[in-house]
Design a protein around this ligand. Structure first.
Ligand SMILES: C[S@@+](CC[C@H](N)C(=O)[O-])C[C@H]1O[C@@H](n2cnc3c(N)ncnc32)[C@H](O)[C@@H]1O
Length: 297
């Protein structure tokens, strides 16, 4: 009840924020957005054309898409992505197009189709991976989030092994070849959907996120077999949660190799890739994700 009140409040805040921003049309966003937000965005996206696109479309709500469980005729992108207009079609689930791109471009790294999704709820990535032939063990510590996950899979009429587990407390006595870590983060990359995230950037919160992300990455490496793959994802572009996490991990673990990803929709940085929203211009843009593919050698 309290959670849904807060959720509604957040939705309202974001709708109002977007409205205010739209109504002051002549405002020069570049000079008026939260200074840290701009500084960080500029640091990651050094290309002027990407930055211009980002600032020109700042806080314009992205288009909604639905992903089909199967390849579908008439799909707008990647054989599976369809526009979401009035209703969700049977066998489809809602997902940002950038999110789809991330999974679509990394799933082939996994040699073993038995995969543990460590922060799985509400299930967007697990559902897509299962539809690509994976056998998923989906874990999450939040019952609320798991409830949403279960609603999703019931609606899609699919089955999945979902378990309520706090990954930071669980001791596994076996290892995995395929791990997905879609770590909890600031969600800064969803700023067009949720303008309020730009107001929440503060060093100490970011450091806290990083601590959790590092702890989760460490534990993931511990339960990863030699030759196995760990994919780290966050919907953020803040260096603390992205490049720095992978940097710290690879400095400590010399047996971790970072792989190159083939996608013309991402920009490469030393330790991973960021979705390039400009490449989704014709689709109304996308959220920004960071992804890094790690192999234990
Ligand atoms: C970014 S969301 C995951 C989104 C999901 N992968 C998807 O694609 O729909 C992060 C999730 O991590 C979960 N989480 C946070 N801390 C956790 C922990 N210690 N163990 C397991 N799950 C955790 C949260 O409950 C939340 O559902």
């Amino acid at each position: 009840m309290e959670a849904s009140k807060n959720l509604n409040k957040e939705k309202l805040v974001n709708a109002v924020l977007r409205n205010i921003i739209r109504n002051i049309g002549e405002i020069n966003y570049k000079n008026n957005i939260y200074p840290d937000f701009k500084k960080i965005l500029d640091k990651i996206f050094s290309s002027e054309s990407i930055r211009n696109y980002l600032y020109d479309t700042l806080f314009l709500k992205p288009k909604n898409y639905q992903i089909s469980l199967f390849d579908k005729k008439g799909a707008l992108y990647g054989k599976r992505v369809l526009a979401l207009e009035k209703k969700i079609f049977k066998g489809c689930f809602v997902q940002d197009i950038g999110n789809f791109e991330v999974i679509n471009s990394i799933h082939k790294f996994y040699k073993d189709k038995n995969l543990i999704d460590i922060c799985a709820a509400p299930g967007g990535k697990s559902i897509l991976l299962q539809s690509l032939g994976f056998n998923i063990l989906a874990i999450d510590k939040s019952q609320n989030q798991i409830n949403k996950f279960e609603e999703n899979i019931n609606r899609l009429n699919i089955k999945m092994n979902i378990q309520k587990i706090d990954f930071l407390k669980k001791k596994f006595n076996y290892k995995f070849n395929s791990i997905l870590l879609d770590a909890p983060c600031s969600a800064l990359g969803t700023f067009r959907r949720n303008p309020d995230v730009t107001l929440k950037i503060d060093q100490s919160k970011m450091k806290k996120h990083q601590k959790t992300q590092l702890e989760m990455a460490e534990r993931s490496i511990k339960i990863l077999n030699k030759g196995g793959f760990l994919v780290y994802i966050v919907c953020s572009f803040h260096p603390f949660e992205t490049i720095d996490v992978i940097d710290k991990i690879t400095q400590k673990h010399k047996n971790i190799k970072i792989h190159n990803i083939k996608s013309d929709k991402m920009i490469k940085r030393k330790k991973g890739y960021f979705i390039n929203p400009l490449r989704f211009k014709d689709f109304g843009g996308s959220d920004i994700f960071f992804v890094s593919v790690l192999e234990k050698i």
